[in-house]
Ligand binder design. Structure first.
Ligand code: ZN
Length: 487
């Protein structure tokens, strides 16, 4: 009896504690909610609470709009006037431009280094609907440049993290989340719902797809790219009206991506932030310029960067703009006889065309040498633990080797291998004990591709016992030592 009573008391105590925690959580939530309302409508303001939620006309739960609103010649609410006052004060901007922003919609393809500032500024300035598309989840190594995410977002989908940040800045905008990648089958349907498209992607295949789909869907495309210490941006497929000498307006269509780059260059497929690296602030600058171009296109304020390209050299802090070739009448996307249409585009294989995947993930490992010339990281680790004499050659570039490397390894970058054969022979001789057969040489790199080529080259140069360490240091970090940085 006593034990039953004791257990019931314990249950009540636990339940009471849980209710206290829930009560505290709800109080905190209410406090935050009231704080946001206070921020929207400071107590010193004369603005009525009716405008919360940007409801000018009054919805189901809205209070009547203030009397002075009725006499205005524009559609902005009192809260919108207050929030956007600093850009409304600009003589070249004004209420008409703000109305266009509030009514505008933008699809951002990529919520990474470029997409972050684009989404942040478009939400802040009041673009009515922002679609954010990205198939990836936030990783720790994203945070140095993808400033829309934070440490608490690691592991979460990028679109969910970006959406939450946008709404925390401006809860009056609508954010649509697309937690998947753009592909040839979904591109046209999704783009049809937006006024402007932003290419904030990180790979060549997506770049061609976004441009082609914008041509077919007749949408202006604000395209940016950043790599290393350099960046560039332009506006593709932009239609402008110009008053000509014949005293009439004519339509001028700017070039598309294919007008300038009919086929992908072999180098383009290799240029990825995950390989080449990027200084975080560089995509930040380019993405901020992209947000500016979106605002100009939506508001018709200023001269969008059509048929011109802005080029950023972060090392010298130089920005210059070059004139681009105009629209190519032979272009297969936007030319006089287009081959890419709403019928053919969904079946076009962009990954095959660009010879690169539509993601910034690790590219598939090449298979150059056979199993008899390779060793897994796990087996190589056993060999090291067994103190078997050998030579370990790391063929990464020196700046990568300097970040982190395995003990007792010899750094000979792959490009310098032919000149360093004697160095390897000397190292093998040094480790060789009396009576030993030829010394084994193991080769490692970042992902296991250059190391395979190095094994082939070394065997051709007369080294008989040379082995590739399969999967390189990324596999080492995954299979052997989780503390080793998986760069
Ligand atoms: Zn074109």
């Amino acid at each position: 009896m006593f034990f039953v009573f004791f257990h019931k008391m314990a249950d009540f105590t636990l339940e009471l504690e849980a209710l206290r925690v829930e009560n505290a959580r709800l109080k905190e939530k209410l406090k935050q909610h009231l704080l946001v309302e206070d921020m929207l409508l400071p107590s010193s303001s004369n603005l009525p609470r009716a405008v919360i939620g940007m409801n000018r006309e009054g919805g189901e739960n809205a209070c009547p709009a203030p009397p002075w609103i009725a006499g205005l010649s524009h559609s902005l609410t009192a809260a919108q006037i207050q929030r956007y006052s600093r850009q409304l004060l600009l003589p070249s901007f004004g209420v008409k431009a703000q109305e266009n922003l509030c009514k505008g919609s933008v699809l951002i393809v990529g919520a990474g280094g470029l997409g972050s500032p684009v989404a942040l500024y478009l939400a802040a300035c009041g673009v009515g609907c922002i679609g954010i598309m990205d198939p990836d989840r936030v990783e720790l190594h994203n945070l140095h440049r993808q400033v829309i995410h934070n440490e608490a977002s690691v592991g979460e989908t990028k679109v969910s993290s970006a959406s939450r940040t946008c709404l925390a800045i401006n809860s009056s905008v609508k954010v649509v989340e697309y937690p998947f990648g753009l592909d040839a089958r979904n591109a046209l349907d999704i783009m049809a719902q937006y006024d402007v498209v932003v290419d904030a992607s990180d790979n060549v295949a997506t770049r061609y797809l976004v441009s082609d789909a914008c041509v077919v869907a007749n949408k202006p495309l604000v395209s940016g790219a950043a790599l290393g210490m350099e960046g560039q941006l332009t506006v593709y497929n932009y239609l402008k009206f110009q008053f000509c000498k014949a005293l009439k307006f004519i339509q001028l269509q700017g070039p598309c991506y294919r007008c300038l780059f009919p086929t992908p260059s072999p180098q383009a497929a290799c240029q990825r932030c995950s390989d080449a690296g990027v200084l975080g602030v560089v995509p930040g600058i380019v993405g901020t310029f992209q947000a500016l171009e979106v605002i100009k296109v939506l508001t018709k304020v200023g001269e969008p960067l059509s048929a011109r390209m802005l080029i950023l050299d972060a090392l010298s802090s130089r920005i210059h703009t070059v004139k681009l070739r105009g629209k190519n009448t032979q272009c297969v996307a936007c030319g006089e006889l287009p081959q890419i249409t709403h019928i053919t585009l969904p079946n076009f294989d962009y990954e095959k065309f660009a010879a690169s995947p539509m993601s910034d993930g690790t590219p598939p490992r090449e298979q150059v040498v056979g199993e008899d010339q390779s060793i897994t990281c796990t087996d190589y680790n056993k060999l090291v633990r067994g103190h078997k004499s050998h030579v370990l050659v790391d063929v990464r570039e020196k700046h990568q080797y300097d970040i982190a490397s395995l003990p007792d390894s010899l750094n000979i970058p792959y490009a310098k291998l032919p000149q360093q054969l004697d160095t390897i022979r000397a190292a093998a001789q040094k480790h060789k004990h009396e009576g030993d057969e030829d010394m084994s040489v193991y080769v490692i790199c970042r992902r296991g591709n250059d190391s395979q080529r190095a094994v082939q080259d070394l065997r051709s140069a007369g080294f008989n016992l040379v082995y590739d360490i399969t999967g390189g240091l990324l596999s080492w970090a995954q299979d052997v030592d989780s503390t080793f940085p998986a760069l």
